[in-house]
Design a protein around this ligand. Structure first.
Ligand code: PMP
Length: 380
């Protein structure tokens, strides 16, 4: 088969797997066991990984906290900030701004925050899926405390104007969080230069293992921006308790380093392959529509609609292709994609949509075959 669902998840790179292996075996120690070398080896390994991750995003190692993935990081950013702000000033009204095209872990956490009394604005986006700066400026209120926007949209690949948004947040003394899960390791970034306060990311989208990710928390000595979400033994400077998942952390570190070393080359390679794919699809399938921004999009993503052809009916004819009918994240949900509706795709065209995402091992020959298979399924 041909795997075209790298935005859902990626295989672990063999180099990553190899680096993780000893930490399941002889280096099985607990990094919190400071009394012996089993503990020290594990602690050194997690420190190295922290440095590797920090280096990829332009942060300091002590600004990286490991979590179980971007879902946890997104939830933590929101509820950890609410907890902190309420602790500092219980009477203060809170207003958060996000968009209508966020990942479900932001959409649903924000909806839960509303139930806790936080006023949340879900800003509409333009037809490409981007936050409009003028709309954002108008939404700011005196008590706005947080802006949270996705960096690269997981369904349509659109890139948000993160630098401009961060600037506006800073000017208005509003915390800025970004869900960078689909940008991490794919786009060059420097969180320090951009002035981002909080950033979520995950290893399994970039050839690392599943169930590990992190939250970047800008250091603001001596205070931390947010309270913990998970309390316990005080690991991760008390910010995120629980024995560290050492093999997974080592894997994420090596995955980050591989991304850093290959980012420029892979960006260009995948961009060319993706553009080749789109040109071939456009020529082969009349009526095909590209959703999202034509150029300001992740180099590995296509999101296309075939009006009149429900993807549900296409899937049985696409058995050899690993593609997605939206985001893989909304497990089993048959509801229409809120992202496609959010950018104004007609409700009857939304179900006729496929996300095709390429990655480190995609070849031109695979894409040529994929075009033939897709063409055959449509003309069926
Ligand atoms: N945010 C975005 C933009 C994503 O694409 C994903 C993964 N589908 C997540 C958050 C959740 O990440 P994780 O699987 O690490 O919880």
């Amino acid at each position: 088969g041909i795997y075209l669902d790298y935005n859902a998840t990626t295989p672990v790179d063999p180099v990553v797997f190899h680096a993780m292996e000893p930490y399941f075996k002889e280096h099985f120690g607990n990094p919190a066991s400071a009394a012996h070398h089993w503990g020290w080896i594990a602690e050194n390994a997690t420190n190295k990984a922290r440095t590797q991750v920090a280096s990829l995003i332009g942060a300091k190692p002590n600004e990286i906290t490991f979590t179980a993935g971007a879902t946890e990081s997104n939830n933590w950013a929101i509820f950890g900030l609410i907890s902190k702000l309420r602790e500092e000033n219980p009477q203060e009204p809170l207003h958060f701004i996000t968009s209508t095209v966020e990942h479900s872990s932001i959409m649903k956490a924000m909806a839960a925050a509303e139930k806790l009394g936080v006023e949340v604005d879900f800003l509409p986006v333009n037809s490409y899926g981007q936050v409009e700066i003028e709309t954002l400026k108008k939404a700011i209120k005196p008590h706005t405390k947080l802006m949270s926007f996705i960096w690269v949209n997981n369904e349509i690949g659109t890139i948000n104007p993160i630098a401009e948004i961060a600037k506006i947040a800073k000017e208005n003394q509003i915390y800025f969080h970004t869900d960078a899960t689909q940008a991490f390791g794919k786009l060059p970034m420097n969180v320090t230069d951009l002035g981002i306060d909080l950033m979520s990311f995950s290893a399994h989208k970039v050839y690392g293992p599943k169930g590990i990710g992190g939250l970047y928390i800008r250091s603001k000595d001596p205070k931390v921006l947010i309270n913990p979400l998970i309390y316990g033994g005080g690991q991760e400077k008390g910010l995120r308790s629980g024995t560290l998942n050492v093999p997974a952390i080592v894997g994420m570190g090596v995955a980050a380093e591989l991304c850093k070393n290959t980012l420029e080359h892979e960006y260009e390679r995948q961009l060319q392959l993706r553009n080749f794919f789109w040109e071939k699809l456009k020529a082969a399938i009349p009526g095909i529509i590209l959703n999202g921004h034509p150029t300001e999009r992740a180099p590995n993503n296509l999101n296309v609609s075939f009006p009149g052809h429900k993807s549900e009916q296409l899937l049985p004819r696409l058995q050899k292709l690993g593609v997605s009918t939206g985001s893989a994240c909304g497990t089993g949900s048959m509801s229409l994609s809120h992202v496609l509706l959010g950018i104004g795709v007609a409700p009857d065209v939304v179900p006729c949509t496929l996300r095709l995402s390429i990655g480190r091992w995609t070849t031109q020959e695979e894409l040529e075959r994929a075009v033939e298979i897709l063409k055959g399924s449509i003309s069926h």
